[in-house]
Design a protein around this ligand. Structure first.
Ligand SMILES: *Cc1c(COP(=O)(O)O)cnc(C)c1O
Length: 410
């Protein structure tokens, strides 16, 4: 089990005080992750990993800029105090709300499809844009997060770059940025390949190119055996790429990194109360009050999140146990693999009222929650220098029903 800054007694107190399920984030961890990427010219936080306003304000105070993928995320960024030129909108289509939003707010756009150039060019001729390119290959930790290659919907196909630039110029758009986000992970051989490809792609961009973006996809060591990410080697590889391309093109270039998960995953945990235990044949079940309505990743991707029982010493006798939630859905299990196979974790004996801690859930946790089974959104707490603050109150049942209650009689 990895070392944790927030200790068991502190977390247990938070669970008792605020109820469960409860998301807890540690600002110290986020600050350390941002600091580790300082070598980049711009750190652009991909807020879809965790878009709580308090987290966004924290990112801003740490000097990060922001990526937004919807009109709602642009609104969150502005509400958190980001200036419009600190926000980039990235997508593969404009829904009507998003197009209206970028036209009105003037945030920069990063276009991932050819038809978006027409949508945007007609509405905002003469502005500046970035192009998200699919270089023809990808890398991701599961098929559902493959972000490059023929099987990905993301980006403008690399062969179309000259046509895309020509089309942008037709509207007087200046193409200032080249963006790739293909989840290169910690595979440095693959990263070299990505950087070479970016160098080649950059040759097709015109005189206005001033930014290359490495995208996100920096990995997080979710498993006890996973090595921490070599962030220095990653940074050095991209800075060298920037310098090489700048030299070839004979002009100054900036390099951006756009992480979501890496900045927030390890800052967060999900606290959930044990409501009972049972066994079915040889399988031991621990049933808790959080479900995939709260944390979707295990059910959606078979993602691993280590689970520990707060206040139970590591030396207590442990058994393999399946941890499952309250939803009327057999996939509502936190300990499963990508194919839905049960992957029990070693846990000590627990009883009703014990608190389990689901680790490394600061990214794609609360932001992917739903109201499935009519369960309200859980509360979120941010801990700064040992002081805990509720940054999102638990949703009430009334709030959940709000938009349905004025329909009048049947
Ligand atoms: C999701 C996303 C990211 C962040 O991905 P992580 O794996 O969380 O780092 C970065 N850029 C874009 C455009 C994205 O859609």
């Amino acid at each position: 089990m990895k070392t944790r800054i927030l200790d068991d007694a502190f977390l247990t107190r938070l669970a008792r005080e605020h109820g469960t399920p409860l998301w807890v984030y540690d600002a110290t961890v986020i600050a350390a992750r941002v600091a580790s990427l300082r070598a980049f010219d711009v750190i652009r936080y991909a807020q879809k990993a965790n878009s709580n306003l308090a987290i966004l304000r924290l990112m801003r105070s740490l000097g990060a800029e922001l990526d937004a993928v919807s009109a709602g995320e642009v609104a969150r960024g502005l509400a958190a105090g980001f200036a419009r030129d600190e926000i980039v909108f990235t997508a593969d289509l404009f829904d009507r709300a998003a197009l209206a939003c970028v036209v009105e707010t003037g945030v920069r756009v990063n276009l991932g499809s050819m038809f978006m150039i027409d949508d945007y060019g007609k509405a905002c001729p003469g502005r500046e844009v970035m192009l998200r390119i699919n270089p023809g290959f990808g890398h991701g930790h599961t098929r559902k997060v493959q972000t490059g290659g023929e099987a990905s919907k993301h980006g403008i196909w690399h062969v179309e770059i000259p046509a895309a630039i020509e089309r942008a110029h037709k509207y007087g758009l200046r193409v200032t940025g080249l963006h790739v986000h293909i989840g290169s992970g910690s595979d440095f051989e693959h990263l070299t390949y990505v950087c070479d490809a970016v160098g080649n792609l950059a040759q097709h961009f015109g005189r206005d190119l001033s930014v290359i973006s490495a995208g996100g996809g920096l990995p997080v060591p979710y498993g006890a055996q996973d090595d921490p990410f070599d962030v220095e080697r990653y940074s050095e590889t991209w800075l060298a790429t920037r310098d090489r391309i700048a030299h070839e093109l004979g002009r100054k270039l900036q390099v951006e990194v756009e992480p979501g998960r890496f900045l927030v995953a390890e800052s967060g945990c999900l606290l959930t109360e044990v409501r009972g235990t049972k066994h079915s044949g040889p399988i031991e079940y621990v049933l808790v009050d959080a479900g995939f309505n709260d944390l979707l990743r295990p059910a959606m991707y078979g993602s691993l999140h280590q689970i520990s029982a707060l206040g139970r010493t590591a030396s207590a006798p442990a058994k393999p146990r399946v941890v499952a939630g309250p939803l009327c859905e057999s996939g509502d299990v936190f300990t499963q693999g990508p194919g839905g196979e049960l992957m029990p974790q070693m846990l000590p004996d627990v009883v009703q009222g014990d608190i389990l801690c689901v680790h490394d859930t600061g990214a794609y946790g609360a932001s992917m929650s739903s109201n499935y089974n009519a369960r309200p959104f859980a509360a979120e707490v941010l801990v700064t220098d040992g002081v805990a603050r509720v940054v999102r109150a638990r949703q009430t049942v009334e709030q959940m029903l709000e938009n349905e209650s004025s329909g009048g009689p049947l």
